[in-house]
Design a protein. Structure first.
Length: 319
């Protein structure tokens, strides 16, 4: 059976949603901690809406039930409704949001009114809108943030309120290639960037506009910055998420192209020239070269190609 804890839906729509969730539970279609997104027909409003729903159970509740009785520990199903199934774009973020809700739900639910209910009501602002807020805050300076995320440059935020600091941290994590590039490569790249720079990029939020120190950028990040800033006019957080995914996809495509050229250049001098021209024209040659250098550190022939490319790029920048 399902008992309602909190909702801001009209009674009729709440009953329809409860019926939908009950059917999913009966089919065993809800796995603990793993959210789903589906289209749900509700009479108010009179069209289908996107529904993110996730089932979870408190570990400490489970322990208490095991010790004191044979009864099953209470389980919860959280539902967030939006205008369409675009919530699927943020499914991982919503899963993390549910995890934080789960951690803060105490045994006796004493904080239901003071924490859980406000947390439920502010899900869209807290889980969906951080990227949008960062774009609006940084504007043209967003290029430096994209560069830091792509290159895994250490970032230190000063004089920011808690929400702004969390937003920036979330943006950096979302814009990085974590999970798309080999984990060992990312670890080595983080170490290399820290050793190379000896200092973090500093973001000072004491004024109305963030001030950046030790910041770097390139043409690739500047081009994508314009895509974000232009998208800010519509104020659609789902658009920003899509732009961010396209940004990372393009970066991965460029990395793969460069690695393919490097393999060809091991046996072909013309391919070496193609590598060089690609690095010059792609707009992010500084970052790509660091990434492939880390990946090819244990491959002598490829490492030699990268060394030559580094010399070419250095001579070009000096010239």
């Amino acid at each position: 059976s399902l008992s309602l804890l909190d909702t801001n839906l009209p009674a009729e729509a709440e009953t329809e949603l409860r019926s939908f969730i009950a059917k999913r539970l009966a089919k065993g279609a809800l796995f603990e901690g793993m959210g789903n997104v589906a289209s749900v027909g509700l009479s108010i409003p009179e069209y289908k809406v996107g529904c993110y729903y996730c089932r979870f159970q408190q570990e400490n509740l489970l322990e208490m039930a095991t010790l004191e009785s044979d009864m099953n520990a209470p389980e919860y199903v959280v539902c967030f409704l939006g205008g369409s199934e675009k919530e699927d774009t943020f499914r991982l973020e919503l899963d993390k949001y549910i995890q934080s809700l789960k951690i803060n739900l105490d045994l006796e639910q004493k904080n239901m009114e003071t924490y859980v209910n406000p947390c439920l009501r502010s899900w869209f602002e807290n889980a969906i809108c951080p990227i949008q807020r960062v774009v609006q805050l940084f504007q043209e300076k967003l290029a430096f943030l994209l560069h830091a995320a792509l290159s895994y440059t250490p970032v230190e935020v000063k004089n920011a309120d808690e929400r702004t600091e969390k937003d920036i941290s979330r943006f950096l994590a979302a814009a990085s290639l974590q999970g798309l590039v080999q984990e060992g490569t990312m670890t080595s790249l983080c170490i290399a960037m820290t050793e190379e720079q000896h200092k973090s990029m500093i973001i000072d939020c004491s004024g109305p506009q963030p001030q950046l120190h030790n910041a770097g950028s390139n043409r690739f990040c500047e081009d994508w910055m314009h895509a974000f800033v232009n998208g800010a006019e519509g104020g659609n957080p789902f658009l920003f998420q899509q732009i961010l995914e396209n940004f990372k996809l393009k970066a991965i495509q460029d990395i793969n192209n460069l690695k393919r050229f490097i393999r060809q250049a091991e046996m072909n001098h013309y391919a070496l020239f193609k590598c060089y021209m690609f690095l010059k024209n792609c707009g992010s040659g500084d970052i790509l070269l660091k990434i492939v250098k880390v990946e090819h550190a244990e491959m002598p022939e490829a490492r030699n190609v990268v060394t030559v490319l580094e010399e070419f790029m250095r001579e070009t920048s000096v010239a």
